[in-house]
Design a protein around this ligand. Structure first.
Ligand code: PEP
Ligand code: MG
Length: 325
């Protein structure tokens, strides 16, 4: 099996009916980097910067952050890397940071909320990223954005840091592309305003689905009750893909949904052309896409999303299609 996947490495990811799909990797540490060459991935679709903070025993200094970001960009070469600013709080705890007692940490003071309220940490991280990407391209997303205004404020911090670095004679990135992580359902109702502002978007399906169904992503008691392949989540995801297309802005889906073949099948059926997945899933998902007749799949699935409101999941239909093919 593994050898079979290795043989696919240099093939373009193109469906049987000729649709190109970009497959990127999710990463977060230096040990993840060799997977780029092993898999032949298009790039790193999500670099989770908080992992460096989670395995450290104290806040990593700006210089240590800069060193890691530079190594990531070096390893990726001319392939794109999307860095996500710190997503701490919720399920991502820093042992050396004073624990904040919250009744609902996943809904609490985390990610960009913390970043905007205590901008020192976010500012120094952004500075490290801008310096690491000197002379290259920087792609940046902010986690847990729930309002357009939060994106504006976060982008403003990037602009201020750019001005600061320029004034002090530092080399700057060749260009900086700034986007959001789409993972809070409130953003679904601000998509036009959002897509006007951002350079690109990345869908975090782990959190988006958790918040859509109000079902803890880490709680096995509720995990089986709601299927991400249900019409509610697929419609939400399709709305994002459609809006991105209408605004001419790239969108990648980087949650775990993209890491499972049947789920990835559903994502391409509803319009996603860029997926970012865990290294172990790369081979199986790519193998599935190479065999796929996407036109036939979309014709089978899209009408169900438009009319099949009584279904609680499209999983059986997707499975039947996959087995028949
Ligand atoms: C997500 O929420 O889907 C995501 C990719 O980010 P994380 O799993 O790190 O929250
Ligand atoms: Mg998330």
């Amino acid at each position: 099996r593994l050898e079979q996947y290795a043989a696919l490495r240099d093939l373009p990811t193109r469906t049987r009916d000729g649709v190109e799909i970009e497959l990127h990797l999710n990463a977060g540490l230096l040990v993840d980097l060799p997977h780029i060459d092993e898999t032949g991935a298009t790039g790193i679709g999500l670099f989770r910067t908080e992992l460096q903070f989670m395995i450290a025993s104290a806040f990593p200094r700006t210089n240590e952050q800069l060193k890691l970001y530079r190594s990531v960009l070096d390893a990726a070469g001319d392939r794109p890397v999307v860095f996500r600013t710190l997503d701490i709080g919720g399920d991502k705890v820093l042992p050396y940071m004073r624990a904040i007692e919250e009744e609902n940490p996943a809904l609490g003071w985390r990610a960009i909320r913390l970043g905007l309220d205590r901008p020192g940490l976010l500012r120094s991280q952004i500075r490290a990223l801008l310096k690491a990407a000197a002379g290259r391209e920087l792609r940046l997303i902010f986690p847990m954005v729930s309002a357009v205004e939060e994106f504006d404020r976060a982008r403003h911090i990037v602009e201020r840091e750019l001005t600061h670095l320029r004034r002090h004679g530092h080399a700057l990135p060749e260009r900086a592309l700034i986007g959001v992580m789409l993972e809070v359902p409130a953003l679904l109702f601000q998509l036009d305003q959002l897509f006007e502002r951002i350079d690109f978007a990345s869908v975090g399906s782990n959190d988006l689905v958790q918040f859509l169904y109000a079902a803890d992503r880490g709680n096995p008691r509720v995990a089986d009750r709601f299927d991400p392949l249900g019409p509610a989540s697929l419609r939400a995801l399709k709305l994002i893909a459609d809006k991105a297309m209408a605004h001419g802005k790239p969108v990648t889906l980087c949650g775990e949904l993209a890491s499972k073949p049947l789920e990835a099948l559903a994502l391409v059926a509803i319009g996603y052309r860029k997926l970012s997945l865990s290294p172990a899933s790369y081979g199986p998902v790519k193998a599935m896409l190479l065999e796929l007749d996407l036109g036939a799949l979309a014709a089978a699935i899209t009408p169900l999303l438009e009319s099949g409101t009584e279904l609680s999941t499209l999983r059986p239909q997707l499975k039947a299609f996959a087995e028949k093919a």
